[in-house]
Design a protein around this ligand. Sequence first.
Ligand SMILES: Nc1ncnc2c1ncn2[C@@H]1O[C@H](COP(=O)(O)OP(=O)(O)OP(=O)(O)O)[C@@H](O)[C@H]1O
Ligand SMILES: [Mg+2]
Length: 154
Amino acid sequence: MRKTLSFNEINKLADDIIDVIDNKTVIALIGDLGTGKTTFVKRLAQKLEVTDIVKSPTFNYVIEYLTGKIPIYHFDVYRLCEPSEIYEIGYEDYLNSDGIIVIEWANIIQSELPDEYLQINLYYSDDEEREIEIKYVGNDKKNEEILKYVGFSN
Ligand SMILES: Nc1ncnc2c1ncn2[C@@H]1O[C@H](COP(=O)(O)OP(=O)(O)OP(=O)(O)O)[C@@H](O)[C@H]1O
Ligand SMILES: [Mg+2]
């Protein structure tokens, strides 16, 4: 389901997502340049009480945040040439560890995403709002549960 949300509502959505997902969830963030992917990760980290400054991992591909209640592994795969290159930065190990994995530009590594993941699409709408689409891929029951929790079900 797709909804137009203000920036404040998007921040609240990030908080709700942290409350409803499991510790090992993969979050696939998909959206054009400047739609708010990094800002969303900052808010997820804030909700987890991460004390580090969260910045865009564009040049290092992945940054680990271990100071919060749950580890967060923040990927930005915009500059990968091939989806399979993600394994060179330890993707498999991150998938096997306890912690939330958030991937900016996840559409680029679509073929390498796990069987289940939370997909969040961000689309430009207006200056202070975005259209947001959420779907938990690969598990209908969880999809229903999460969408209901975050106010995205009918
Ligand atoms: N939730 C939000 N609250 C306030 N401002 C926001 C929010 N989301 C996006 N913005 C605005 O959009 C700008 C770009 O956001 P951000 O850097 O998070 O985008 P991005 O999708 O990560 O971009 P890139 O594709 O370059 O990585 C921010 O600097 C901010 O001005
Ligand atoms: Mg970014």
